[in-house]
Ligand binder design. Structure first.
Ligand SMILES: [Cu+2]
Length: 149
């Protein structure tokens, strides 16, 4: 039988180690949740627009399953490599190149599951962002979002 003191020690140790893990793996400057539902919307990033500084990180939390993050071809500043995260996985990205980044969730890209990150208040690639061909519900959402970048 385990005595109370021992139980407390285990609880406290667990608490501190979990806390440590949390603070290291969530060390992002902005967090966006990947959600099946938010208010009246379904298949949605919890924040569609995030503005950060150069070198900041965005953390996408896989709160609901079946989503990912994929940078849209032509929708990122020059010199940025392709980026596509795994389904159902939390993911973090460090934004070292300034400009606008447009991304979507691969399976829900025409269902409005799109998002934008503006890095370093740089909108020099805005024309390229406006030229992205969205479809379905995303096509309806995109213009207003792009106008408010
Ligand atoms: Cu999705």
């Amino acid at each position: 039988m385990m005595n109370i003191a021992k139980k407390i020690v285990i609880l406290v140790t667990t608490f501190f180690s979990m806390n440590f893990l949390t603070s290291t793996s969530f060390a992002a400057d902005a967090t966006v949740e990947m959600l099946n539902k938010q208010g009246k919307e379904s298949m949605v990033f919890s924040q569609k627009i995030v503005k950060i500084n150069i070198g900041d990180k965005v953390f996408w939390k896989a709160t609901n399953k079946g989503h990912n993050v994929e940078f849209i071809k032509g929708g990122v500043p020059e010199g940025v490599e392709k980026f596509k995260s795994k389904f159902n996985k939390d993911v973090e990205y460090k934004f070292d190149i300034p400009g606008i980044y447009a991304y979507w969730c691969t399976p829900h890209k025409s269902m409005g599951m799109i998002g934008f990150v503006v890095v370093g208040e740089d909108k020099s690639n805005l024309e390229a962002i406006k030229a992205i061909r969205f479809s379905g519900k995303s096509k309806k959402l995109a213009p207003d979002l792009i106008n408010s970048l």
